[in-house]
Design a protein around this ligand. Structure first.
Ligand code: ZN
Ligand code: ZN
Length: 414
């Protein structure tokens, strides 16, 4: 056990809190804030509260989770517990969002927390949780209010990302990596984010003007045509929530993304990074699509978990997102596997199984479920991103008349 304590730069931590409130949320005067975080992230939570109240927040309500409490359930709860979730809490969250409350999530838990637990109990608990969370999740994926995720360098997470370092150094390294990726290294982090958002905006403007009908990915083990949904819209960086607030949901964020057509994906694709899913590492995923549906799937490790995920519901075998991230992005250049979607999805081009973002349609705010489905938007209770990008991937944009435009060459914008 290390007796040294990790050094987390207090100035950069404060800047991260400031960026979360001013850029991530763009918290409005008088707006309430619901904040979820691991208990260990209290130093960041407290700085966020300060910046939120300075920005004129109404009431800031933190909900803290604890890995030890989660494990206590798996060690001691009666069997019925695993088909149960705190539905009242998510109903309350949904009500808070309906009343205009902003939402901020701090990630940083141990990604492998449940890896030693009985997989059946894990999957039952996660199913119950996923169903109960639905009212709150719908409002978040539907972008009803401004929301944001930022990261805290949790000890177990740091040890996983930097297995060869002593614990205190691992935490310091992860903290510094989070600060760099979150663009809070420089003096004026808020201005840095404005410049970054403008660059992402130039990409989405170009893609939206092209109106491709499909993207064609080629590379080692990959020949995949991803049809794009009718009336799809590319998004990235800053975006407008339905409550009229422009916010940055993910910090860090390097991706531009849109909605694929749930029935127009053909070919095969190989994952370029392992997928960490609820404590299981799924490695070397390879799948084949026919008419949008995964008809063959394999993995060199964690295949049983992958199959279970694909059987979650009707939409779990179809795509809900396709995203482009250049190989030169800072997170990709770190060469690290973060076991955390917020970071890993910003390291490489990726696709997501499951639920689509209704926001990724022209006029998406006013479309109902049936209209989204008619345009090719997928529906599912899961949304799982996995990485298919590398420095060897080429992507062509394909127009409806078959004309092709280079979009990516060897992992970079063409
Ligand atoms: Zn994404
Ligand atoms: Zn995603």
């Amino acid at each position: 056990m290390s007796t040294k304590t990790a050094t987390i730069d207090p100035v950069k931590l404060d800047r991260l809190a400031e960026v979360a409130v001013k850029v991530g949320l763009n918290l409005q005067e008088g707006q309430d804030l619901l904040l979820t975080a691991p208990i260990a992230a209290a130093p960041l939570v407290r700085r966020i509260a300060v910046h939120a109240y300075q920005a004129g927040a109404g009431v800031v309500t933190p909900l803290l989770s604890d890995d030890q409490v989660t494990l206590a359930r798996f060690d001691h709860a009666r069997d019925e517990s695993f088909d149960h979730a705190a539905g009242w809490l998510y109903e309350g969250m949904a009500q808070a969002f309906d009343e205009g409350t902003a939402r901020l999530g701090v990630v940083g838990d141990n990604p492998m927390l449940l890896s030693e637990q009985n997989p059946d109990l894990v999957s039952r608990a996660s199913k119950a949780q996923s169903e109960a969370y639905k009212p709150a999740r719908e409002r978040i994926t539907g972008f009803d209010v401004n929301w944001n995720l930022v990261a805290w360098p949790g000890v177990d997470w740091a040890r996983l990302v930097f297995p060869d370092l002593p614990e205190d150094e691992a935490v310091t390294m992860l903290a510094d990596t989070i600060f760099a990726a979150s663009r809070v290294d420089g003096e004026d982090a808020v201005a840095n984010w404005q410049a970054h958002n403008a660059r992402l905006r130039a990409r989405t403007d170009w893609l939206n003007a092209q109106r491709f009908s499909a993207l064609h990915f080629t590379g080692p083990g990959t020949d995949l045509s991803v049809g794009l949904a009718d009336g799809h819209e590319w998004m990235g960086g800053a975006s407008l929530a339905k409550n009229g607030v422009v916010c940055n949901p993910n910090i860090p964020s390097e991706e531009v993304f849109t909605t694929p057509h749930a029935h127009r994906v053909e070919g095969y694709v190989q994952a370029t990074k392992p997928l960490s899913y609820q404590g299981t590492l799924i490695e070397n995923i390879a799948v084949r699509f026919e008419q949008g549906r995964i008809v063959e799937a394999s993995a060199s490790r964690g295949e049983a978990v992958l199959q279970k995920v694909l059987d979650s519901d009707e939409g779990a075998r179809r795509l809900g997102e396709v995203a482009l991230v250049p190989h030169s992005s800072p997170i990709s250049q770190s060469g690290l596997l973060f076991y955390n979607t917020l970071f890993d999805e910003n390291a490489a081009c990726h696709i997501a199984l499951g639920q689509c973002y209704s926001k990724c349609f022209e006029g998406g705010d006013s479309l109902n479920r049936e209209q989204i489905a008619a345009k090719g938007g997928n529906e599912s209770m899961i949304h799982i991103d996995w990485m298919i990008g590398s420095d060897q991937i080429d992507i062509d944009g394909v127009h409806a008349d078959g004309r092709r435009v280079p979009v990516f060459r060897k992992g970079e914008w063409a």
